[in-house]
Design a protein around this ligand. Sequence first.
Ligand code: SF4
Length: 252
Amino acid sequence: MDEIKLAELQRISDSFETATPQEILRWAIETYRDKLTMATAFGAEGCCLIAMIADIRDETGITPDIFNLDTGYQFPQTLALREKMQQKYGIPIRFVQAKETVQEMEARFGGPIYKTDSDQCCRIRKVVPLKDAVQGFDAWITAIRRDQTPERATAPIVGPEPKFNLVKINPLANWSKQQVWDYIKANGVPTNPLHEQGFPSIGCWPCTRPVAAGEDDRAGRWAGTAKRECGLHLSDDGTLTRSNKTLVGSAG
Ligand code: SF4
């Protein structure tokens, strides 16, 4: 992505600092139309965005692509929620799967590798399938909030995603967890029942545990290891999405 385009994305991102998630989503949907996609694991934020997208679809007639990375290790409650969301909002949600099944992968490695090499496991079951799934799209929506973790605190609202050659849009960047749950309650949005059992962030069952009071929302993901992200939101240098300013400054 050249410097002019990066500067333009930064200008757009700055202009959305006081916008609502719905305003940001509407801009994204009307700008990128059928070249816009979104990956979701049906966390509270993802469900909130799907409900907002359904409202905008009703007004504009445009439905962006939505998909779920079906790793083979998702909780049954997550799989059931996908059905519920499709039925309630009438939006098809694609299942995107790795080339080999969990059984085939575990046979190849002599057993599960989520404990011994979680980076490799995430690469096979999430990052590679996601790279394939976003081919042909120009932009993707994520459910990142800045106050989720220190790593996410500098995420722009609109910025480049060099790893996948996409524009990355984070409509909930400025929303708090409370705002997400207020929206969910006010609009009757279905959510994963595991949230009520102490799981604020839900990924694959082998790598997710409930969090204790005072821990950050993602503390239950890959608990006991230094891993904080599965790789979907990491640049090749291992950092989370860098600010546009940093990228503009380093683009030359
Ligand atoms: S989160 Fe765990 S089980 Fe899921 S792909 Fe990554 S390492 Fe494998």
